[in-house]
Design a protein around this ligand. Structure first.
Ligand SMILES: Cc1cc2nc3c(=O)[nH]c(=O)nc-3n(C[C@H](O)[C@H](O)[C@H](O)COP(=O)(O)O)c2cc1C
Ligand SMILES: CCCCCCC(=O)C(=O)O
Length: 368
């Protein structure tokens, strides 16, 4: 079977065939009419690679560093909630796959495996913890302390979700977490239950509106920084202005993202937002990108346009659905190989050889 799955699209098609409707729609969907969701993928194809020739690429090195840690490739796993709907080992399997490939796994606050379980499953992996700010600040502080104790290396604070986007499929399905699963970071607390309030639609929106703090401002980044010495990455930035405010507030990294097109339908594709942010931020902090990364050429383009690392959300969920840890490893190995081929055939022996001039917007060719 797996010989027939040779690219991420194949894993996505497989997951579409086997996942229950409600889980599939939750994983797959974007906000509103899903215009931005379609653009996240399409926008990459509007950028063109300009390969260079005869540059001795016989030995290649795909590794890089993020926040001072060496990773085997500039491709990591973005936080996605409730992964045990895809596979019984959920986040644990995903984290083990990332550990095996030597790259970053980011655990969602809204996970179906706890911080401690994931730390036990992947003790040597580079793990980041994704954070939401709860109205009850002690909930957030408790999560930070647990992530610190469990050896997580950074906090990815999601800044694009004061409320949740209107995901029409979840509303129609009246999404709830299957009863055998739990929000594992909150067992036995009132933050556990996403199923109690969904008579009118998706249980997610009811949960978020009742517990997440929509009044969060830049001052709260200072508060978070005062709590911890872990580096803080701001996830969900789409403008140069906010990137600069983030740098000023002391962020160690800016994660360019439109949340997989799940928040505002009508934002730019993440790749379209990347360059203004890279230009504004310069070398002050690292810049990452997620959203629509589906093959090795996408990785190359994002790096040429200034990202230090890219992350993938849904592709890991499709891999998990296929075969847990092994499925995610397959997905990661496929994109790693594609990136290696792109690097070599474009005349680069390592990520440092990828230069901004090697990727142009397609309009470059109509101007000639
Ligand atoms: C099913 C699903 C759940 C997500 N859960 C979270 C989450 O808990 N926290 C968060 O910051 N982002 C979350 N995201 C956004 C991802 O971290 C990431 O930004 C996005 O998936 C990247 O786009 P891609 O799926 O096209 O790779 C989620 C995305 C999806 C698809
Ligand atoms: C149960 C609360 C919301 C889940 C958060 C996951 C998320 O960010 C998403 O995009 O979905």
């Amino acid at each position: 079977m797996s010989n027939n799955l040779v690219c991420i699209k194949d894993f996505e098609e497989y997951a579409h065939q086997v996942l229950p409707r409600s889980a599939l729609d939750y994983y797959r969907s974007g906000a509103g009419q899903e215009k931005t969701l379609r653009q996240n993928n399409k926008a990459f194809s509007r950028y063109k690679i300009r390969p260079r020739c005869l540059r001795n690429v016989s030995h290649r090195d795909l590794s890089t560093t993020v926040l001072g840690e060496k990773v085997s490739m500039p491709i990591g796993i973005a936080p996605t909630a409730m992964q045990r709907m895809a596979h019984p080992e959920g986040e644990c399997a995903n984290a083990r796959a990332a550990q095996a490939l030597g790259t970053v796994f980011t655990l969602s606050t809204i996970a179906t495996s706890s911080i401690e379980e994931v730390a036990r499953c992947a003790p040597h992996g580079i793990k980041w913890f994704q954070l939401y700010i709860y109205k009850d600040r002690q909930v957030t502080e408790g999560l930070v302390r647990r992530a610190e104790r469990a050896g997580f290396k950074a906090l990815a604070l999601t800044v694009d979700a004061p409320m949740f986007g209107l995901r029409l499929a979840d509303i129609k399905n009246k999404f709830t977490l299957p009863p055998h699963l739990k929000l594992a970071n909150f067992e036995g607390t009132k933050s556990t239950d996403i199923n109690k309030n969904n008579e009118k639609g998706s249980g997610l929106n009811a949960y978020v509106n009742s517990l997440f703090d929509a009044s969060v401002t830049w001052q709260d980044i200072k508060w978070l920084k005062s709590l911890t010495s872990l580096p803080i990455v701001l996830k969900g930035i789409l403008t140069a202005q906010d990137a600069l405010l983030g740098v000023e507030a002391g962020a160690a990294g800016i994660w360019v993202s439109n949340h997989g097109a799940r928040q505002v339908d009508g934002t730019p594709a993440s790749i379209e937002a990347l360059q203004e942010i890279v230009k504004a931020v310069g070398d002050k902090v690292e810049v990452y990108l997620d959203g629509g990364v589906r093959d090795g050429t996408d990785v190359f383009k994002a790096l040429a346009m200034g990202a230090r690392m890219v992350f993938m959300g849904r592709p890991a969920l499709w891999g998990l659905t296929y075969d847990g840890e092994e499925g995610v490893k397959k997905v990661l190995n496929i994109i790693k190989t594609e990136f290696d081929y792109t690097l070599a055939i474009s005349g680069c022996a390592n990520v440092g050889d990828i230069k901004p001039s090697m990727v142009v917007h397609e309009s470059y060719y109509s101007r000639l």
